[in-house]
Design a protein around this ligand. Sequence first.
Ligand SMILES: [Zn+2]
Length: 268
Amino acid sequence: MNHGYRSAFNFKKYPRQAGGVFISMNLLLSLNKTVEGILQLIYPPLCLVCQTTIEHRIEGMDICQNCLQSLTIIPPDFATENILNRLDPCFLDNLIICFAFNDTLQVLIHQIKYGKFQRLSESLAKFACLECQKMTPAEEIDLIIPVPLHRIREKERGFNQSLGISRGFFEPIRDRIRTDLLLRLRETRTQTELNRDERIINVREAFETVKPAELYDRKIMLVDDVVTTGSTLNECARVLKNAGVVSVEALALATPVFGEKQDQFTLS
Ligand SMILES: [Zn+2]
């Protein structure tokens, strides 16, 4: 019998039970943390974007400081001038966009969509929330609705990235997030291949509201990952307003910014 082994694990504290050795949940959790700590020393986390070693890791986010700093904040009036004012008719009452879509965000959003990094979408949105310059107060939001994926697409991907972004961004009021009030009825073609008019046709009649009584007279916050012309969000807002909601605001993590405008933005 190995007495050294027995004393190290203190069998009096964790007595044998019928069918196996009883190990408390706390012991398992602390072992798990220790193993994680050792693994991080041997294999330090690598940045998902540039693959360099991360020295100061923000919880749940394997992104280095350099890559985080490469994210460019969008000025609050950019969305109104460049997106809302070009929608005719416009059903959105406000649009908030956090970052300019750049190479870093392209990698991150690809990881979120196809790498099934659900935690990454939440922590990136938490980071965006801290950086966001202008946000609607919580008392002015009744329901938060992530732009839905078609159910077949969601099954393929495993989760809806807009839901992850909603959870991260609106953590204190995440009980207001609803995924059962707006449905995507059909698959729409990837909007990136289409021009402005084609995008509007592509998303027309693609969404439907459910349980209209729960939407009536409510103030809605829609959430999406990347917004370009705003036609998807606008179509969601149109059907929501048909169901009797009071207002529809929208939040997106990023938008592509082209040419000179990109140089005008400053890092916060
Ligand atoms: Zn990096």
